[in-house]
Design a protein around this ligand. Structure first.
Ligand SMILES: NC(=O)c1ccc[n+]([C@@H]2O[C@H](COP(=O)([O-])OP(=O)(O)OC[C@H]3O[C@@H](n4cnc5c(N)ncnc54)[C@H](O)[C@@H]3O)[C@@H](O)[C@H]2O)c1
Ligand SMILES: O=C(O)C[C@H](O)C(=O)O
Ligand SMILES: [Mg+2]
Length: 628
């Protein structure tokens, strides 16, 4: 039957408002499929596609309205958020989002159009990945704050409305027993990098449930843009084990499972099953755990790190970035890095990030002091930890095991005029720290009173790290820090802020102390070395590389982290440092045609060149058609 003879019939049956392209497509997909003349349930439409091909076909796609049986029949399981929606719910969700555009979609005072920009970039991402990444790489300073912190936080908060075309995989508590087969629904034969979250602590925004998938997508955008991981080989994953966010539990438009989070053994068995499934299909994949609540972050890290190629970005990536910044703060005082163990550090926040930093800083100090038990014990006394209940001392009931090494003895505290639960301002007043570091998720925690107290710091150049994300969760702004404590401070924040004009031609530098300077290089270095696991040594090599990347005159000027414009270059260097450490520790098993013996022969420069050569660039390849 020729197209031309059936076209008039087809045209009569389809609404004239539809583009001709669609009506033709309907014909080509089979005359039997009559979405306009049959209603759901009476006669099925025959499709000749499955999996993502259906989701990407505007004619057949039903998005979140695919029923569970259809999802199974069409290999769609895991490719959509778990909550099956009615068509009306889909329209309600879309309308809420459409109407929201009329409101001010701002994230902080810096960019009132951030979400609108995200939408435009996201549509490009869906249409043309090569072009999307070219735009991102060439304009990374401008658009990292859109695809990553801080806008990604707003994206996650609004994800049920923003959701259009699915990206990544969703494993839910309801998929127990199915994951090993579901993982084959992902169309890519090879996956190098997975970023997985359970949505329980997204940035400083709390439990966002299934909407947390946005953070996994944002992190992988940086893996492609900064580390040159091939975008065809990345996989964002959301493990939906429910949510304890009451608003989401009540929201009829929420896309995730509307039940309380799984806990205990049930929770662990879901994560175990997921890990087994992905490592069975892709034995060489690297899994980055992201934004898991502290309660599980440490346990899962300990459970998997010696078996699987995995790391926790919030615990380990953040620690490395903080160490590099702290070493920069020592150098900024005109002192050698080896003076680091002398710093007195007050840390506000004892969650996954805060404890990660404390452990790494303590180990670094101990290494500098002789790397023995005595040095390790002594280094403990450099830290004062304040959490939601104030100064952490042995007087506290029910202390988290991870925080135990950092509790202060009561006598010791009294000697400093402090007590269990003392406020941050009291601690800063009495301790006079060199560094005040915030990973508390409490915006404005470094109040005027706290910053005033820091003026009496015993350091010639006190350092303030307001590392919580996104923007509104920063413990203070750079303006507040410079104007209260003084022009001489060193300042870093987790989310980007502008530098401060101090007058008289002087600039107060706002460094971005964010794990984005390390995680892409840790992942790339692990991939290219073929390391079996990610060791402490590899993480430490990454941090040292970042610290030594900064030149003396920059550091003396208060610039302790590179500009994000050079993130591709620093990531290449970090990855090379990770490769070399993996080789030195005999963990490297090689990558493609580069075997461990050859890796071992590479000089420092050759390792950097090897990394560079393996970084994906956003160029269109020539395409040639070949019948299967
Ligand atoms: N800049 C970065 O690279 C980076 C990396 C990881 C995490 N973070 C940010 O760090 C923050 C914390 O992350 P997390 O995983 O550790 O969270 P978490 O919820 O596990 O821990 C938060 C900690 O802050 C403490 N806290 C709460 N209120 C406080 C107060 N008033 N004073 C002092 N401490 C208080 C809590 O007791 C807890 O110990 C988040 O905002 C996150 O975005 C930043
Ligand atoms: O995501 C970020 O910007 C940093 C960090 O992983 C966080 O959780 O805040
Ligand atoms: Mg994180």
């Amino acid at each position: 039957m020729a197209i031309s003879s059936s076209l008039p019939r087809l045209l009569r049956r389809t609404p004239s408002s539809l583009p001709l392209r669609w009506r033709l497509r309907m014909f080509l997909a089979g005359e039997r499929s009559r979405p306009f003349t049959t209603c759901e349930g009476s006669r099925p439409s025959i499709v000749h596609k499955r999996s993502l091909d259906i989701l990407h076909d505007p004619w057949f796609n039903k998005g979140t309205a695919f029923s569970m049986t259809e999802r199974d029949r069409l290999d769609l399981r895991g490719l959509l958020p778990p909550n099956v929606m009615t068509p009306q719910q889909q329209i309600d969700r879309f309308m809420v989002d459409l109407k929201r555009l009329e409101l001010n979609a701002s994230d902080g005072p810096s960019d009132t159009n951030a979400l609108a920009k995200w939408r435009i970039l996201n549509r490009l991402h869906d249409r043309n990945e090569t072009m999307y990444y070219k735009v991102l790489i060439e304009n990374i300073k401008e658009y990292a704050p859109i695809v990553y912190t801080p806008t990604v936080g707003r994206v996650c908060q609004n994800y049920s409305g923003l959701f259009r075309r699915p990206r990544g995989m969703y494993f839910s508590a309801a998929d127990h027993g199915e994951m090993m087969s579901m993982v084959y629904n992902w169309p890519a034969e090879q996956v190098d990098m997975i970023v997985v979250t359970d949505g329980s602590r997204i940035l400083g925004l709390g439990d966002l449930g299934v909407q947390g998938i946005g953070i996994a997508i944002g992190k992988l955008d940086l893996y492609v843009a900064a580390a040159g991981i091939n975008p065809q080989r990345v996989l964002p994953v959301m493990i939906d084990v429910g949510t304890n966010n009451e608003n989401l539990l009540q929201d009829p438009l929420y896309l995730g499972l509307q039940e309380h989070r799984l806990d205990g053994e049930k929770y662990l068995s879901v994560i175990d099953e997921f890990m087994e499934a992905v490592f069975t299909r892709w034995p060489h994949v690297i899994v980055q755990f992201e934004d898991f609540q502290s309660k599980w972050a440490f346990k899962l890290l300990q459970r998997y790190r010696s078996t699987y190629r995995m790391f926790n970005d919030d615990v380990q990536g953040t620690a490395g970035v903080a160490i590099a910044g702290l070493l920069g703060a020592v150098r900024a005082q005109g002192r050698p890095m080896i003076d680091f163990p002398k710093l007195k550090i007050v840390v506000a926040g004892a969650g996954s990030a805060g404890i990660g930093v404390l452990n790494a800083a303590r180990k670094t100090m101990a290494r500098m002091l002789g790397n023995n038990e005595f040095a390790f014990e002594g280094a403990r006394s450099q830290f004062w930890v304040v959490d939601a209940m104030g100064l952490l001392t042995e007087g506290r009931m029910n202390i988290d095991p991870e925080a135990l090494p950092f509790v202060r003895k009561l006598k010791e505290s009294e000697r400093h005029g402090l007590h269990e639960g003392a406020s941050l301002a009291e601690v800063v007043t009495k301790v006079k720290p060199d560094v005040l570091l915030g990973l508390s998720a409490v915006g404005g925690l470094f109040s005027k009173e706290v910053l005033e107290a820091l003026k009496d710091s015993s350091s010639t150049r006190p350092a303030i790290f307001a590392m919580s994300n996104p923007t509104q969760n920063a413990e203070c702004t750079p303006e507040e820090a410079f104007s209260t404590v003084g022009d001489h401070i060193v300042f870093a924040s987790g989310s980007p802020f502008h530098d401060v004009n101090l007058g008289n031609g002087k600039i107060g530098h706002c460094n971005q102390g964010n794990n984005m300077y390390l995680f892409p290089g840790i992942g790339l270095g692990t991939l290219l070395s073929g390391a079996r696991v990610i060791s402490d040594g590899m993480l430490q090599a990454a941090a040292q590389c970042l610290a030594s990347y900064m030149k003396e005159e920059e550091v003396l000027n208060g610039i302790i982290y590179p500009s994000i414009s050079s993130i591709r270059d620093i990531t290449k260097e970090v990855a090379a440092a990770v490769v070399r450490e993996a080789v030195a520790e005999d963990l490297a098993e090689g990558y493609r045609d580069m075997d461990p013996q050859e890796l071992q022969k590479l000089t420092q420069e050759e390792t950097v060149a090897y990394v560079k050569k393996n970084m994906w660039e956003p160029h269109y390849p020539t395409l040639v058609y070949k019948r299967e």
